[in-house]
Design a protein around this ligand. Structure first.
Ligand code: B12
Length: 469
């Protein structure tokens, strides 16, 4: 059966990236079960209907399978409407349809939505279609049938993720551009995962709601051997200089991290970047990671206002713990990065002063500041609606660039002010320690920052050294 996957990265701040682990896993799973004819339509950084139509006309897929996040939903919906042949089976999966399966009603041309992990679901859909049957009884599938919608309960989370085949990187090798515009390239060559899922309940993130969608354990780990073998295989195939781990929280399972560090340090040793979590209970674990090749560690600080962080954002650590963790990571020689969000529902400019102050004290090597983006199906999105900052059921305008402006209408912290604080943030944080960095961040956060980054992307490495060393 001819299956076309669609992955879009349209209108995003922070550049385009060439890999989506979930689709690569689905493709590998289907191939393991005998499907050979699988391709990818990768669309970035602009919407390009002609590209999609060309690929559909040439490949003549029988199934079109879209990965959908809330920010991309508006574009994917338009692409879907271009599918000419009613016999082509169309299906959405990924975090947005999982949390909002009602989008099946919203999209006339859509046949089905997958709720949760898709490996078994998509295989059963394809197998049913091959037998000439509609996949009505598939666990995890919401599917249209003669004018009504059949909603099947999801199957439990896969219990043993090591039993899955290694993800299909060639799918992306054939379709994604070799040049990436972001400062932190993520591609089929260098992106890996040690785990699936996340145990934390941050109110702005989809993970808590995703965890509740299926029965069983959401957080699962690969074995260290399995991941190192996958990395070795990739090194044989591609030229890899460094790695990035896409795990929501890489340091979840300390025993696993210990085992991984030992094996990886001995057999691979390439520099790697990953996400940490504050507080790090045993700081020795950071040392192990550094010795194994750890290079950049990113922590979600989100806000500098402790009370707001604990009660509204639902992240349980103190500023003291944040300072201590960063200091330790820096002293070990990591490049440190802080993830911060501005414009949370109910946040005030005064609270954001606390954020600026904390990050000024931390002095991370770099930061990523994003303007709060409400995700339907999350606690904080509902809070924004309840407080009257966001209309319920709001559609995203096509021109909206995530993280560039606020969708909330907060009289105390209006969009205009949020954007101003966003632009001046880096300057204010670094002006006392590095004027060069302060000015570079000011330019990057300006309205022309993205275009500039794109223009300068061939010189990314040199630029990185110039700013951060
Ligand atoms: C790594 C990552 C990134 C990377 C890589 C992109 C990516 N989407 O993978 C980068 C840094 C580029 C990135 C960018 C963004 N991200 Co991000 N990212 C993640 C993260 C941490 C892990 C994704 C992953 O590897 N999952 C593991 C794999 C195995 O699971 P999966 O991808 O969900 O796929 C499984 C199922 O969903 C399903 N499935 C998926 N697609 C399909 C399709 C079909 C047809 C079927 C049947 C099934 C199916 O089966 C797959 C295998 O089981 C997730 C958090 C999360 N838990 O998902 C956030 C997450 C996906 N990101 C999110 C957001 C908001 C963004 C950005 C908008 C941020 C921005 N403005 O730049 C962009 C959007 C880019 C895009 N189009 O995806 C949100 C999406 C929320 C939502 N409700 O839509 C998430 C969920 C985090 C959050 N805050 O809640 N991200």
């Amino acid at each position: 059966m001819r299956i076309l996957f669609v992955y879009t990265m349209i209108n995003l701040k922070l550049g385009s990236y060439g890999f989506q682990y979930g689709l690569a896993s689905l493709s590998a799973y289907l191939k393991k079960h005998g499907q050979r004819d699988i391709r990818l339509c990768y669309m970035a950084p602009h919407y390009d209907a002609a590209q999609f139509q060309r690929q559909v006309a040439e490949f003549k897929p029988q199934v079109i399978a879209f990965y959908v996040t809330w920010d991309q939903y508006r574009f994917v919906k338009d692409l879907l409407a271009l599918v000419p042949d009613p016999a082509v089976f169309t299906i959405f999966g990924g975090p947005h349809p999982t949390l909002n399966p009602g989008c099946l009603l919203d999209c006339e041309r859509l046949d089905a939505v997958c709720v949760g992990e898709g490996e078994r679901v998509l295989l059963e859909v394809v197998s049913s279609l091959e037998r000439g049957e509609r996949p009505e009884g598939t666990a995890g599938l919401h599917v249209k049938h003669g004018g009504r919608i059949v909603k099947n309960d999801p199957a439990p989370f896969l219990s043993d993720i090591d039993s899955l085949p290694p993800v299909d990187r060639e799918l992306f090798a054939a379709a994604a551009p070799s040049r990436h515009f972001g400062l932190k390239p993520i591609s089929h060559r260098n992106a890996f995962r040690l785990t699936r899922g996340c145990p934390f309940g941050c109110a702005f993130c989809s993970n808590k709601a995703l965890a509740a969608k299926q029965a069983g354990r959401y957080v699962r780990c690969h074995s260290a051997q399995r991941v190192v073998a996958e990395i070795q295989e990739c090194r044989r195939r591609y030229d890899i200089q460094d790695l990035v781990f896409l795990d929501d929280t890489f340091m979840l399972n300390e025993e696993l991290v210990e085992r991984f560090c030992g094996l990886y340090g001995r057999e691979v040793g390439l520099p790697f970047d990953f996400f940490g979590h504050i507080p790090v209970r045993r700081l020795e674990i950071l040392k192990r990671l550094k010795d194994a090749g750890g290079r950049r560690i990113s922590f979600g600080v989100e806000t500098g206002n402790e009370e707001f962080r604990r009660t509204v954002i639902k992240k349980d650590f103190s500023n003291e713990e944040a300072l201590k963790t960063f200091a330790c990571a820096k002293s070990l020689g990591f490049t440190t990065e802080a993830f911060i969000i501005i414009g949370f529902p109910g946040e005030t400019p005064r609270m954001f002063d606390d954020t600026e102050e904390l990050i000024r004290q931390i002095q991370p090597d770099m930061y990523t500041l994003t303007i709060y983006f409400p995700l339907p199906g999350t606690e904080l999105h509902d809070r924004a609606v309840k407080l009257g900052y966001l209309p319920a059921g709001m559609a995203l305008p096509p021109s909206y660039v995530t993280f560039r402006s606020s969708l909330l209408d907060m009289p105390e912290f209006p969009d205009r002010l949020i954007r101003r604080r966003n632009q001046w943030f880096g300057y204010n944080v670094y002006r006392g320690t590095s004027l060069k960095k302060a000015l570079m961040f000011f330019i990057y956060e300006s309205p022309w920052g993205d275009s500039l980054l794109r223009l300068l992307s061939p010189f990314r490495k040199g630029l990185g050294r110039f700013i951060f060393e």
